[in-house]
Design a protein around this ligand. Structure first.
Ligand code: NAP
Length: 315
């Protein structure tokens, strides 16, 4: 498995990572035994980067499940978590980046994950009430205390990312290595807005929803029944499966198959062809999915391929 540098650091992450937002929750979520199969299949396939958050699952369920599973493998992986989203939205809906909140959040995450350090601690969503310097100083302190090895962001607007970058430089604080944003063949908005900021700062992109919740795996086709036991079989997710998106997916499937590849290989290899991307944090509900995802980044797309893909996706 190819490994890439994360931002301006010596930290190497596998090009295919594992998103763990479907561990420890309700509905389609995986319990410890289900998640164990997925995590071990990922490690067997060379995946070393695991992305979770305190807010994933019920009451920190995703972190709890990972804490149960990792055991002696903890040292071998790069463990990323996040803070700032409300843990109990009935009590508070605030996105919180304040110092006091972060200091408690990290202790709670460490306890749930059964570890004494988090490799990459990410600011999940920006808190409009807290000055960025306060958040970044708290994160810097966590690195100095050894509780966190590196810091990163998620869902910052481009101006907020540049503001954070300047703040860390100006005050000599640990800088953000990466940022998470939705990015896939079906969602390319960040290319014009965020990419110039990433190029300027050297901050890496960790694209989330890389498979558009499974739409880009080839298992959903226009006019065909939605396979059972999939995310798209749940009414909540079906809004993302519009005719327009299915038409684009149909064209992408034809493009991939005409070149001897699968839709999954196209979705993952296209992301991997972008040097701004360090790790593609696809989620999986079954071990065979993560095995397939890990193998799917080997297609070297030519400049002509990329141009044709732009036409199909309406870029
Ligand atoms: P995704 O990666 O686009 O889709 C994952 C889903 O697609 C799986 O749960 C599985 O669902 C299906 N799938 C995956 N591989 C497959 C394969 N090879 N064949 C067939 N189906 C396959 O979406 P995601 O998991 O929601 O997002 C990825 C990660 O990004 C999350 O786990 C999380 O770590 C991160 N994330 C971050 C943010 C943020 O704000 N920073 C937001 C969202 C997500 P079924 O088996 O149910 O069909």
């Amino acid at each position: 498995m190819e490994k890439r540098k994360l931002g301006n650091s010596g930290l190497l992450v596998s090009l295919v990572g594992l998103g763990c937002n479907n561990f420890g929750g309700m509905r389609e979520s995986l319990d410890v035994e289900g998640a164990r199969l997925v995590v071990h299949a990922a490690m067997d396939a060379g995946v070393n980067f695991f992305d979770t958050a305190d807010a994933y699952g019920v009451n920190g369920g995703s972190e709890i499940v990972l804490g149960e599973i990792l055991g002696s493998n903890r040292e071998e992986i790069v463990l990323a978590s996040k803070f700032a989203l409300p843990m109990n939205p009935e009590k508070s809906t605030r996105y919180n980046g304040s110092r006091g909140y972060i200091m408690k959040a990290v202790e709670d995450s460490l306890r749930r994950l059964k570890t004494d350090y988090i490799d990459l601690y990410q600011y999940h969503f920006p808190d409009p009430q807290t000055p960025i310097e306060e958040t970044l100083r708290a994160l810097d302190d966590l690195v100095r205390q050894g509780k966190v090895r590196y810091v990163a962001s998620s869902n910052l607007a481009p101006w907020q990312l540049i503001d954070a970058w300047w703040t860390t430089r100006h005050h000599n604080l640990h800088s953000l290595l990466s940022t998470q944003h939705e990015y896939s063949l079906l969602e390319r908005g960040v290319e014009t807005s965020l990419f110039p900021a990433l190029e300027r700062t050297g901050i890496s992109l960790l694209p989330y929803f890389p498979l558009a919740s499974g739409l880009l795996t080839g298992k959903y086709r226009k006019g065909q029944a939605i396979p059972e036991d999939t995310r798209m079989s749940m009414p909540y997710f079906q809004a993302g499966m519009t005719d327009e998106r299915l038409d684009t997916v149909g064209k992408l499937i034809a493009f991939a198959e005409s070149r001897g590849h699968t839709m999954l290989e196209l979705a993952m290899s296209w992301l991997g062809s972008n040097p701004l991307v360090s790790s593609i944090i696809a989620g999986a509900t079954r071990p065979e999915q993560v095995t397939a995802n890990a193998k799917s980044v080997g297609w070297k797309l030519s400049a002509e391929d990329l141009t044709e893909i732009d036409v199909i996706t309406g870029k």
